[in-house]
Write a protein that binds this ligand. Structure first.
Ligand code: ATR
Length: 274
């Protein structure tokens, strides 16, 4: 049995609801593996309480917290300083409490890119088509641009894609209706919409015009293999599953709070997928 002491390091995940979060499993598995005196807890925080709870957690000795839906934009506002990706994403998923205030980072895009690389996919190998224009599309788009990728957004509501492209120049936009016909011009396809997730409608995306070797990444991890990824696999394309992004985005936070950089391996996949 692993016990914590009176000087244990504390971290957690704030969300509403938070019971579905896999982050406690991920971080506590690393803590156990490395014998670190610390713990990581789920913190259900109502939206109206978020701004008061965060400084209180810092005062209560927490090293920091992850932030999940619906608090990622509110988290941005409580920070003393934010990193470049958080600023461009307009959202924060990792808070680090320091003597100088609250530092905010966005590691979602980092996690996405690290997961691509773990699958042997070069993010800048060719043009990238991003389905969706919400917060996830924004964070991933900014991180891909940092890797030198040339990105195009397509979204059901075209105004949102246009606004996102304008915020991340020189990103381009494509009409939602053209996403299948235009597919042959891309090396990487990324689904950031909620379509294909359990309890959500399916994503209509015919991959028949894909160029050989197209990498197809989905950020959805429930189910672990979405229809999009199954279609990509069946066509001999390169599927990149969403759970890896979640595992990799956790690495920088863990390192900041607990002082060592953990690794993402098969065992962690099994624990997080269970
Ligand atoms: P997040 O911040 O997690 O990315 P979001 O802002 O709610 O979440 O974005 C969800 C994305 O899924 C959006 O791009 C949304 O398209 P709209 O901007 O047109 O709403 C997309 N989406 C959700 N349901 C959809 C549907 N039935 N058809 C097409 N796109 C859909």
């Amino acid at each position: 049995m692993r016990l914590i002491s009176g000087s244990a390091r504390l971290a957690g995940v704030t969300g509403w609801p938070v019971s579905h979060s896999r982050s406690p499993r991920i971080h506590n598995s690393w803590l156990a593996r490395h014998g670190i005196d610390g713990t990581y807890v789920p913190l259900p925080v109502r939206p109206e309480d978020f701004a008061a709870v965060i400084p209180a957690l810092a005062k209560a000795g927490f090293a920091g917290v992850n932030v999940t839906i619906p608090h990622k934009e509110a988290a941005f506002a409580v920070c003393t300083r934010v990193d470049d990706l958080a600023r461009r994403a307009g959202a924060v998923n990792t808070l680090i409490f320091t003597d100088h205030g609250i530092e905010g980072r966005n590691t979602d895009g980092y996690g996405f890119v690290a997961n691509l690389r773990a699958h042997g996919v070069n993010p800048a190998a060719g043009p990238v088509l991003i389905l969706g224009a919400g917060g996830a599309a924004r964070g991933i788009g900014a991180a891909l641009q940092d890797e030198g990728a040339n990105i195009t957004f397509t979204n059901r509501t075209p105004e949102r894609a246009a606004a996102l492209a304008a915020a991340l120049p020189p990103a381009k936009v494509l009409p939602w209706e053209s996403r299948e016909d235009a597919l042959s011009g891309f090396a990487l396809l990324v689904n950031t919409t909620s379509l294909g997730m359990v309890h959500e409608p399916p994503l209509a995306m015919d991959l028949s015009r894909a160029a050989p070797g197209l990498a197809v990444a989905d950020i959805i991890f429930a189910p672990l293999e979405t229809q999009l990824l199954a279609d990509a696999k069946a066509r001999g394309l390169k599927p990149v599953e969403g759970l890896g992004m979640l595992l990799h985005q956790a690495v920088p936070g863990f390192e900041a709070w607990f002082g060592m950089r953990p690794t993402v391996d098969e065992e962690l996949y099994r624990i997080a997928a269970a």
